[in-house]
Design a protein around this ligand. Structure first.
Ligand code: ZN
Length: 414
């Protein structure tokens, strides 16, 4: 057996392709192993359109980066023919070791994609010894292809939320299938509001979904989302996630605190203490701040106490009891904030809650667990870290899909 045969075997080459020769270039650093692939003279090749065996029209020399051979970079070079099919004319054939247009072999891309599922793209690029720009191109290709194949024919309920790919701008809206426990993301698009919901409906219909099958939509209390889902998904019941109710009041506390801190000295650590949604995980300083707040008559403390009362509603075991608690909460809290301009943010939050009362109460009837939407935040954090060094809306969306969408085997061709 010749050494070229070993490479032929290792690459899984089949006739008419075989390794013609190999050369180790020691002038390069790292050293480069170059394998030359050739087909037998006079071979015929399948037309890429119809598969009919045709003679070669002409040849072009192409080179692909392959998996390292030990510590050496490895390249394949081949003269790739164009067939001259009587029905389809002159076409470049597909080679079995690389996809069209790529400068990498399939095995190289497969290894890279395996790494990218486990670590930031930048780290994977370092291991594969290519630039992260080139690796991103590969990642985009496979993720887009997998997204195109997604099947949404069974979709019955979805949730949506928006986030910023960078602090404060470049919004991205993400849709999840509420029936999927893992990898729930089914769509992600730049922008927010009505346009995003419309785009999702088109995407869903292009992927086998039916508007008539959608029985529930879970979202926050933004006017744009509510109006758009009502219009695009008229048969679905709208539910507001409890997580968004807590978030609404947490933002109100923060506004009250910011204003009040201009005039009064607040206990140290107040800021983070009140932003946390529960006592769990409070530092000693934060706990101390809460205790001082509770004993004070500061407006921040009043706002905080109101948010804490939400727990009482959330603890209701039936729809009837939740309804009763919600009404009492709203009336009681309104009295507390009435006539106090510092508590206007809380008054506004109460109005919003009252306006969406039925949608919030919907969670006591919902078939879907409530904690699903909360997972968005940790997903977005993971995405930001994986796309670091190269973050824009496009890479952000690709990474959301890669981490959290049911994409299956990315590199497999069918
Ligand atoms: Zn043909």
């Amino acid at each position: 057996m010749q050494s070229t045969d070993i490479f032929t075997l290792g690459l899984g080459l089949r006739p008419p392709w075989q390794i013609k020769n190999q050369r180790l270039d020691l002038d390069k650093d790292p050293h480069e192993l170059h394998l030359r692939i050739e087909s037998k003279r006079g071979s015929t090749y399948p037309c890429p359109k119809c598969g009919k065996e045709c003679k070669a029209h002409d040849f072009t020399e192409l080179t692909w980066r392959h998996l390292n051979f030990f510590q050496h970079h490895c390249y394949l070079t081949a003269s790739v023919p164009r067939t001259n099919c009587p029905d389809h004319g002159v076409k470049r054939i597909k080679v079995p070791w690389a996809r069209k247009g790529s400068k990498f072999t399939l095995l190289f891309e497969q290894a890279a994609m395996t790494l990218v599922r486990e670590m930031p793209v930048l780290s994977a690029a370092r291991i594969m010894e290519i630039t992260d720009t080139r690796l991103w191109r590969v990642v985009h290709y496979y993720v887009e292809r997998a997204v195109r194949r997604m099947d949404l024919s069974q979709l019955a309920a979805f949730g949506l939320d928006e986030t910023a790919s960078k602090r404060g701008h470049n919004y991205v809206t993400v849709f999840i299938d509420l029936e999927r426990k893992t990898k729930p993301v089914i769509f992600s698009i730049p922008g927010k509001g009505k346009a995003a919901v419309k785009a999702f409906r088109r995407f869903m219909e292009d992927h086998g979904g039916h508007v008539g099958n959608i029985v529930e939509v879970v979202c926050d209390m933004s006017k744009a989302f509510i109006a758009a889902t009502e219009e695009q998904f008229p048969y679905a019941r709208q539910t507001v996630d409890w997580f968004h109710v807590v978030q609404l009041f947490t933002r109100a506390i923060d506004e009250v605190r910011r204003e009040e801190s201009k005039e009064h000295k607040l206990p140290k650590a107040t800021r983070w203490a009140v932003l946390k949604a529960s006592e769990k995980g409070l530092t000693d300083a934060q706990l101390e701040a809460i205790l001082q707040l509770e004993a004070s008559d500061l407006n921040t403390a009043k706002a905080w106490r109101i948010r804490e009362m939400l727990r009482w509603i959330n603890g209701a075991h039936s729809l009837g009891s939740a309804k009763w608690r919600m009404t009492h909460f709203i009336n009681y809290a309104k009295e507390l904030v009435d006539g106090n301009p510092f508590l206007t943010p809380v008054a506004k939050a109460l109005e919003t809650l009252e306006r969406h009362k039925q949608r919030v109460l919907g969670r006591w009837r919902s078939l879907y667990t409530n904690a699903r939407m909360e997972g968005f935040n940790s997903l977005f954090q993971a995405v930001r870290s994986r796309a670091r060094g190269y973050r824009n809306t496009y890479t952000f969306i690709t990474m959301i899909y890669l981490i959290a969408a049911p994409l299956g085997d990315l590199v497999k061709s069918t």
